[in-house]
Design a protein around this ligand. Structure first.
Ligand code: NAD
Length: 504
């Protein structure tokens, strides 16, 4: 059998395909087949990438913002033109259905569209005559070389949250994608170079902790953007800050869905289903814990199980049209199953059991069907921890107050959703629930490019969030200038040219 292809890297403007001492493996989650190998880069490789970026930075910083944005206009067109092709790469290495992958590429396109407009946001401020004859202005400047470390669950979209903004602001960007899904980033990187980006402005290195540590400690790297699990986000934030870097680190989540007795039940069922089982639950905005309030619970659980039980599960890599694909790896599948097994042994009721789902043409794939676990007790592992799989727990509560109180105990703070017809209840929820992204009759309140991704608590470490205007603020630093001009000895003030005119 031919060896699985080795993933390339982009260092100092050159694509290279050299194996490193350590190699990672990339699997097709639909089949379990090995489809690639990833070089695990060392600090020497990171040094070379940083050197290339530092060489490119002075000219890129001086490139007019409108010209930098023009590269993004071309990049946007290229990505749109190749969106189907890239969605197929995402589906093959990650396991999302084609429709989900295509939608995720579209979210990335929107980030580039946002970046095309950045010159307007980069405009500075000034105040003439701050003191007699003294003018003041504040302008934004790029930071220099910055890096992004990204998770497996959105191989195209999450890196695109970062580098179009960073690069259009005038920085040089080094991306370290997840070693589980490296191929999407490579193809998109080719398009970025085709759009006319000068060499060294964008680089791609691969690896695990060793490579990440080299980025976190490199003195020339000014800022780190991270998206991934909370444990790693905490480490990235503390290590990056200790090394003098600006850091934004988005972590994991446990998203609550409250269903009030007056909710439109079909709308709620649809919202819960797409929130919990879309992308096989491997989303930081996935609904994870449903809290029906009062007497609506029985009907809700029954309708949800009926509807979710009809979802089709299948291979994502061969053009089939299914509602759900596999999970990322065998190890992750086993971990998700332990949540269901554990809750069941503690007395919860597995009302819809995805553990029995089998996919005939993907016997080696990592499949788990939609699962609903009812009567989950607060404080248990399933109620508290991030599952990151297609498992929705149901914790029946007696009032909105009780739901709000349970939300207070949550370690995370990404998303929370309420289904109701009552404006007062929705307002109370929005004002008080312990999370940074709120949905009102919207199952997945993930902000789009123009808005910041405002996770709270252990779902985010840092000050400036990813996306929206905060993204631009994160990747720029301000400089304030005070200006006073002396009388020039060369000027003859009696010359009529210097007399105040009457206007023309
Ligand atoms: P992960 O934390 O395992 O990996 C993320 C990145 O960190 C990868 O590039 C990985 O190579 C690197 N990494 C892993 N372990 C490391 C270590 N010990 N030291 C240094 N670097 C390390 O996350 P994942 O499993 O790839 O992604 C899933 C997680 O990402 C979930 O928790 C999910 O909620 C989270 N996520 C959060 C958001 C958000 O916006 N909050 C968005 C998407 C995903």
């Amino acid at each position: 059998m031919p060896a699985a292809p080795l993933c390339r890297s982009l260092i100092n403007g050159e694509w290279s395909e050299s194996p490193t001492e350590r190699l990672g493996e990339v699997f097709n989650p639909s089949t379990g087949d090995l489809i690639g190998q990833v070089p695990m880069h060392t600090s020497d490789d990171v040094d070379r990438a940083v050197a290339g970026a530092l060489k490119a930075f002075p000219a890129w910083r001086e490139t007019p913002a409108a010209d930098r944005a023009r590269v993004m206009f071309r990049f946007r067109d290229l990505l749109e033109r190749h969106a189907d092709e890239i969605a197929k790469v995402v589906s093959r290495e990650h396991g999302k259905t084609f429709a989900e992958s295509r939608a995720s590429v579209q979210r990335g396109v929107e980030m580039i569209e946002f970046s095309c407009g950045l010159p307007s946001l980069l405009v500075g401020e000034n105040l003439p005559n701050l003191a007699p004859g003294v003018d003041a202005d504040t302008m934004r400047y790029p930071l220099g070389v910055v890096a992004g470390i990204t998770p497996f669950n959105f191989p195209a979209m999450v890196p695109l949250w970062m580098y179009p903004v960073a690069i259009t602001c005038g920085n040089c960007f080094i991306l370290k994608p997840s070693p589980r899904v490296p191929f999407s980033s490579l193809r998109i990187g080719e398009l970025l170079l085709e759009a006319g980006l000068p060499e060294g402005v964008f680089s791609i290195v691969h690896g695990d902790k060793e490579c990440v540590d080299a980025l976190l400690t490199h003195p020339a790297i000014k800022a780190i953007s991270f998206v991934g699990s909370t444990a790693v986000a905490k480490y990235i934030y503390s290590t990056g800050c200790a090394n003098g870097k600006r850091v934004q680190a988005a972590g994991g989540a446990k998203n609550h869905l409250i269903i009030m007795p007056d909710a439109d039940i079909d709308q709620a069922v649809h919202g819960l289903q797409s929130s919990a089982f879309g992308c096989a639950g491997e989303r930081c905005m996935a609904g994870s814990l449903a809290m029906p309030v009062g007497g609506i619970a029985d009907e809700l659980v029954e309708k949800l199980c009926d509807s979710a039980g009809q979802m089709s599960v299948g291979r994502s890599d061969n053009g089939g049209k299914f509602d759900m694909g596999p999970l990322i790896s065998r190890e992750h599948l086993d971990r998700v199953r332990t949540f269901i097994d554990g809750a069941e042994s503690e007395g919860a009721n597995v009302a819809l059991d995805g553990r029995t789902t089998a996919v005939a043409d993907g016997p080696g794939g990592y499949f788990l069907g939609p699962t609903v676990v009812d009567h989950v007790e607060p404080g248990t592992r399933l109620a508290k921890e991030e599952v990151f799989g297609p498992v929705l727990s149901v914790n029946r509560v007696g009032s909105l107050e009780e739901a709000l109180a349970l939300g207070e105990q949550c370690e995370f703070g990404n998303g929370a959703v309420i289904f109701t017809r009552d404006g007062r209840a929705a307002r109370e929820f929005k004002q008080r629930f312990n999370a940074g992204m709120i949905g009102i009759n919207v199952g997945v309140p993930a902000p789009m490019a123009w808005f910041p991704f405002t996770g709270w608590n252990s779902s985010f470490f840092g000050d400036l969030h990813i996306q929206g205007q905060e993204g631009m603020l994160f990747y720029t630093q301000q400089r304030t200038t005070m200006t006073r001009w002396p009388e020039s000895r060369m000027i003859d003030r009696h010359d009529p040219v210097w007399r105040p005119g009457k206007g023309s």
